[in-house]
Design a protein around this ligand. Structure first.
Ligand code: W6P
Length: 404
C-alpha cells in the first residue's frame, strides 16, 4: 500500500532538532515559503518516526479502541501533509497548508487522554507483565515527546504565518510595537511572573477544595552575578514552564494541606530561582510530609495511576486531581529543550522539586526520539542482568529477562 511505503520512506530520515535560538532566527528572518518547505518534509519525518514505533507496541495494546483511534489520526494527518509534497509554494497553497495544520492540531488535541484511555483499556482486559509495562513507559515517553515537538513546529508556523492570527505583523513591527514573542517563544520570559501565575491558579483550586492554601515565598538567587532587584529572564516557551509549575504547585499544595489537616497553620511553599552559566533553576520546596523513597520513581510512571484520567472538561472542576500523567509529562516539557525536572523527598518532612532550563538558547536543543534498529530491539528485549543483590528492593517487581 502506498501509505506504508511513504511511512518507510519518511521514517528513514532522522528528525532535525531545532534549538530555541534557531526557532527565533527562523521567526525573525525566514519567509513563510521557507517554513512551508521545511515543514512539509520535517512533519512527515517526525510523524513517520513515531508511527513506526506505534506499530511495535504489544499487540494487545494495539487492539484497544483508543489506540486504534490515535493511530488513525496519525495516518490521516500524515497523508494530509503529504498532499503538499509536490505543490508549488504559491500564496494559495501556503494558506491552505496553514488551514490544514490548524485542522491537524485540533484533531490531535485529546491524544494524551485517549492514549491514557487505551492503556487503561489494556489494564482492564489483560494482565500486564512488567516487560509490557516497561515497553509502555518507554513508548509513552517517546510518543508524548514527539507530540510536544510536532505541536511546537505547528504552533510556530501558525502563529507566525496564519492570516487568521495577528502574530505575523507584530513580530515584524519595527520599534516599540515589536512583540517580545516569536510565535509561542517569549524572548524575555519573566520567570517570576510565570511562577506567580501558576501559583495563583493552583491556589484557586486549593482554596475551593480545602478552604485554605499555603502561602508562596519566592527567593531569587542571591549567590550569583545578578542584582537582587533584577528579575530573571529566559528565552523560553512560557506555556511549557507554566504547565510544569502548575502541576508541581498542585502536588505541593495537596501534600501540605493533607499533612497539616488538623491544624489551621499551613507552612508556605518556597520557590528559589537562580540563574547560572549553564542553567536557570527553579526549586520548589514544600513541607508536606514527603513521600517514601520507594514511591519516588513511581510518580513518573504512566502505569502507576490506576484511576481513570479526568476528561478534559473534568480537569478544571476536580481540584488537585491525582498524579495522573501530570508529572511524567511535565518532565518531558523540561527535557524537551534539554532541561530536566527532578524530585527529591524526605519522608516525614517535605519534598523538593527542581526544574532546570538551559540558560543559553543555542544550547536549548529539541530532544527528539529517533526511530532506528536500536529502538525496535528495545521493544523485543529488556535484559536485566542480576549483577546486584536485590531481594528487598524488588519485592513485587518480578525480574524477567527476555532474550531474542
Ligand atoms: C509531595 C509529593 C509531590 C509530588 C510532586 C511535587 C511535590 C510533591 N510533594 O509530597
Amino acid at each position: 500500500h502506498t501509505i506504508s511505503k511513504m511511512l518507510d520512506f519518511y521514517s528513514q530520515f532522522n528528525p532535525s532538532p531545532l534549538s530555541i535560538k534557531k526557532f527565533i532566527d527562523f521567526g525573525l528572518n525566514a519567509s513563510e515559503e521557507k517554513s512551508f518547505i521545511f515543514l512539509r518534509k520535517e512533519l512527515p519525518v517526525r510523524l513517520a518516526n513515531i508511527m513506526k514505533e506505534i506499530a511495535l507496541l504489544p499487540e494487545n495494546l494495539l487492539r484497544m479502541p483508543s489506540v486504534i483511534a490515535v493511530n488513525d489520526w496519525y495516518m490521516r494527518s500524515f497523508q494530509e501533509i503529504l498532499e503538499f509534497e509536490k505543490k508549488d509554494p504559491t500564496p494559495g497553497t501556503m494558506e491552505h497548508f496553514c488551514n490544514e495544520l490548524v485542522k491537524i492540531r485540533n484533531r490531535h488535541s485529546d491524544v494524551v487522554e485517549t492514549m491514557a484511555q487505551g492503556v487503561l483499556e489494556l489494564k482492564e482486559s489483560h494482565d500486564v507483565d512488567c516487560h509490557t509495562e516497561h515497553s509502555i513507559q518507554y513508548f509513552l515517553d517517546r510518543f508524548y515527546m514527539s507530540r510536544i515537538s510536532i505541536r511546537m513546529l505547528i504552533n510556530q508556523h501558525i502563529n507566525l504565518f496564519s492570516a487568521l492570527i495577528f502574530g505575523g505583523q507584530l513580530e515584524n513591527a519595527p520599534g516599540p510595537n515589536r512583540s517580545k514573542y516569536i510565535g509561542c517563544i517569549d524572548t524575555q520570559c519573566d520567570v517570576v511572573s510565570v511562577i506567580k501565575d501558576a501559583y495563583e491558579n493552583a491556589r484557586f483550586l486549593c482554596d475551593q477544595y480545602y478552604l485554605a492554601s499555603p502561602d508562596l515565598i519566592i527567593n531569587q538567587g542571591q549567590h550569583n552575578d545578578l542584582q537582587k532587584e533584577e528579575y530573571i529572564n529566559i528565552v523560553y516557551v512560557p506555556s511549557h514552564l507554566y504547565h510544569m509549575l502548575f502541576e508541581l504547585f498542585k502536588n505541593s499544595m495537596r501534600a501540605v494541606m493533607e499533612y497539616h489537616n488538623s491544624s489551621n497553620e499551613f507552612p508556605p511553599i518556597t520557590v528559589a530561582v537562580s540563574k547560572g552559566k549553564e542553567d536557570i533553576c527553579l526549586k520548589m520546596s514544600d513541607l508536606g510530609g514527603g513521600i517514601r523513597r520507594s514511591t519516588t520513581d513511581h510518580l513518573f510512571k504512566y502505569m502507576y495511576s490506576t484511576a481513570p484520567q479526568p476528561s478534559k472538561s473534568d480537569a478544571h472542576t476536580v481540584p488537585l486531581a491525582g498524579y495522573g500523567y501530570g508529572l511524567p509529562i511535565s518532565r518531558l516539557y523540561a527535557r524537551y529543550f534539554h532541561g530536566d525536572l527532578v524530585l527529591l523527598s524526605c519522608e516525614g518532612y517535605g519534598t523538593d522539586t527542581v526544574i532546570y532550563m538551559k540558560a543559553l538558547s543555542n544550547e536549548a536543543n529539541e530532544l527528539l526520539p529517533i526511530f532506528n534498529k536500536t529502538t525496535s530491539k528495545f521493544y523485543r528485549t529488556t535484559v536485566q542482568t542480576g549483577d546486584w543483590s536485590n531481594q528487598a528492593a524488588n519485592i513485587g517487581d518480578r525480574q524477567i529477562s527476555i532474550n531474542t
